[in-house]
Structure formats: C-alpha cells, structure tokens
Design a protein around this ligand. Structure first.
Ligand code: ZN
Length: 433
C-alpha cells in the first residue's frame, strides 16, 4: 500500500528505512526476503493517543504491556499522553522520568506529549525544546487531580505561547459549563443508566469548546488539534479554524448509545458515545476530510475502577490492539477501502504530530510495516488482548481482518501471536532524526 494506492511491489529495506519501492520482481538475490503472499503490506499505524500511565499508575497500564498490545494490533508508533502517569508530563524532570520508565521495554516506537496546565503556562518552551510533540490541555476536569484544566483565557494564553515557537496544542474539547448545567438537571436520575451519563455530557459541551478552540487558533495562529471528537455537530463550529485538525476514535465509529446496556461501564468514555445518526455523521466527516485521523484513546485502568455507576467508573476504552480491525470492519461496510483506513490511522496522525518518517510506505520513511489479512473475521476474546487490564466493550464482537505480522524499522516485532524477545522500540523526540 503506497501513497499512490495498492499495487504489487517489492519494498527494499536497509538500516531500518525504506530504501526503494521497486517493481514486484525486482528483488536482489542473496538478501533476506519476506513474502507477503496475499496479505496487504500496510504502513504501520501511528496511534497518537495512548495513555500508558507509567510511572505512577503502572497497575493500570505500562510501557511493556501497552507496546505489546500495539504491536499485536499493527501499531508501530504510539505517542503517550501526559496524564494519568504520576508525575504528569508537565516538566522536563517528569519527561525524563517517563523516558527512564520506558527505556528498554518498548516493542514499538514511543514519543511523548507534554501537558499545558495552569502551573506550567509560561514555561512550555523548555518542554518543547526537550522533545515533546505538543501540549495537551483540558477545558473540563481531566479525571485526575494532578492534571488541572484551563479556563478559556488560559487557553488563549497557551495558544499564544505555543504559536510563538510553532508548536502544537492538542485539546480535550469539552467545556465544563454545559456539563455542570446538564448534570444538575439530572438529580434523581438512575446513575447506572447509560442515557443518564450521555445526558450529562451534551454535544453542546463539545460544540462550545471547539468554537473556543477555533477562535484561539485564529487569534494566535496556533496549530491546534481537537482530540477524540464524539459530537459530529462540533465540526460545524470550526469555521475560521484553518489551523485546527480533528481526530475521532474507533469506539465512536463502532458503537451507538442505544445498544449500550445500563451498567455497561466498559463503554464509558469522555466525551461519550452518542446515537447512531451522530456516528454516521462522524463517518461523513472522515469521508469529506474534516476528520483527518482515527486514534485509539487507549486508556485502561484496573478492573475494580471500571465498576460502579457511570459516574463512579473510570472513563476510558482501551483498544490500541483492536483499532485497525474495528475501523476496517465499519469502514468496509460503508464502502471505504483499506487505503482510507491507512490514511486515517497512519498518514493522518503522523502528519498532525509531525512524525515525518512515519505513516507511509515510501522511500526514506522508516520501514514500519504491517502484514494485514483483510478478509476473514473473528470474535474478540479478551484473553488474547495484551494490555494490562483487558476490560473491553469489544468482547465477543466479531471484527474483520487479522494482523499477521508487524515490523518496526525493518525488524519483525510480532508474528502470529508471538513477540520478538528483545524489544527494539525507540524513544522518539520531536524534530530528531
Ligand atoms: Zn485520552
């Protein structure tokens, strides 16, 4: 699968890079050859939205398990979110702790986002220079006390600060006000009913946040990215936000609110999964290019924290291993091709994050490859998931396709259920060769 489409080819790899995409029968003698057969050779997925949680909440997830799950899912690069680990990645010292925790245990390449929180505004430049790919902020409570959210004036200040060094601001785009007002109106409603949780996080919270993001970006010129869009109507609020990109996630493209049983907290995430009509409008956004990326928002926790009512349970869906199959299953049913999936899950996120060597099978790129079998399907068995706490709303769901093997910079790291013993993933820094 090249940037120009799927064709027969021979991909030459040297020193971990793609040296040449040659005609099919142009294979030099006496070099190791991998025959892909009928399998599609795809660019490895670039999942720019993964919460690894190590150090500090390593019992939720860690670098070893998260990157194993990634490799088994055809993901060859992850970018780790700055929160849920302790400390959060809001200082150079915290970034160093993260890197030390990851060093030597990662099965795929790993880069890091920084955080823009009230306490580090004015000091973002040094974290940028230390190699983070951009800065995440929240406009509503983040779910953990140590990662504060920004007021709208602070959003503007962060955008101006980041624009000054042409960095990237990435935003959890839900605004507190509409959530608080909606929640007050739900007193007495059943907290175990999914409809109660859904009503507590209305589309207006996303719409108003995205309008504020577009305004901050337009006012400052800051490159800005909206994380995990759920409310498709938010796309209509981005007028003027020419420098604003948008991602969504496999669960918003797969599930619909009406099928989520009461008490099914495995489906809890924020923003929430909405109705089927909204889901189809997200697919429209992918079709017309307003949504440029599909990434997992892999965010596990221990099983006990996923219990209780929708308001008590941890919000997060862990799907780094399942994203490719989940999106392919839904995409093909709507007439999309596997090239579209690669555009959304490899090329799109790589471009947004500035990962210039990732995201395509093309000369000079890293030889990050997936051998994917698009036909066939199987049911998701949580015991086959490699992340630390395999609670998943995909359990028992039939998904199309199979990841047969995954290569990171030319090295086979996963094949047919088995991992390379020695992890070969590298820690990435923005702008580094
Ligand atoms: Zn997230």
């Amino acid at each position: 699968m090249t940037p120009d489409g799927v064709r027969e080819a021979c991909v030459h790899v040297a020193d971990g890079r793609i040296e040449r995409v040659a005609p099919f029968d142009d294979a030099p003698p006496a070099v190791p050859l991998v025959e892909a057969g009928e399998r599609v050779v795809m660019p490895g997925l670039v999942d720019t939205h993964v919460h690894v949680n190590e150090p500090g909440r390593t019992e939720w997830e860690g670098f070893e398990t998260a990157t194993r799950a990634a490799a088994a899912g055809g993901v060859t690069t992850i970018l780790d979110m700055p929160l849920n680990s302790i400390p959060p990645t809001t200082t150079i010292a915290a970034l160093a702790e993260k890197r030390a925790a990851a060093d030597g245990k990662v099965h795929v390449d790993v880069g890091f986002w920084g955080g823009a929180v009230p306490g580090d505004l004015g000091q973002l430049r040094e974290l940028h220079d230390a190699g983070v790919f951009g800065f995440k902020c929240f406009l509503c409570p983040s779910g953990v006390d140590e990662f504060g959210s920004l007021e709208l004036e602070q959003l503007g200040a962060a955008a101006a600060e980041i624009a000054a060094f042409d960095g990237l601001l990435i935003v959890h785009a839900e605004l507190s006000g509409p959530i608080e007002r909606a929640t007050e109106g739900l007193a007495g409603s059943d907290p175990f009913a999914y409809r109660t949780y859904l009503a507590s996080r209305p589309a207006s919270a996303e719409e108003q946040a995205m309008a504020a993001v577009a305004e901050a970006s337009a006012a400052t010129g800051c490159r800005t990215h909206v994380l995990h869009l759920s409310a498709a109507t938010g796309l209509d609020t981005l007028a003027g936000g020419e420098r604003v990109s948008v991602e969504t996630c496999p669960h918003y493209l797969t599930f619909e609110a009406a099928e989520i049983p009461d008490g099914a907290t495995a489906c809890k995430c924020a923003p929430p999964i909405r109705d089927a009509a909204n889901r189809e409008r997200l697919w429209d956004g992918l079709r017309d290019g307003r949504i440029a990326a599909v990434v997992s928002d892999h965010s596990p926790c221990t099983a006990d924290l996923k219990a209780g009512s929708f308001f008590e349970a941890w919000g997060g869906i862990a799907s780094v291993q399942l994203g490719l199959r989940a999106v392919w299953t839904q995409a093909r049913a709507r007439g999309f091709a596997l090239e579209d999936v690669a555009r959304w899950m490899s090329e799109g996120p790589a471009a947004i994050a500035g990962l210039e060597r990732k995201g395509a099978i093309a000369e000079g790129r890293d030889a990050d490859l997936v051998l994917f079998e698009p036909e066939g399907s199987s049911e998701v068995d949580p015991s086959e998931l490699h992340h630390r706490n395999p609670v998943t709303p995909y359990a028992g769901r039939r998904l199309d396709g199979r990841v047969a093997a995954t290569y990171v910079r030319g090295v086979e790291v996963y094949a047919d259920g088995r991992f390379r013993d020695e992890p070969v993933g590298r820690l990435l820094s923005r702008g580094a060769a």
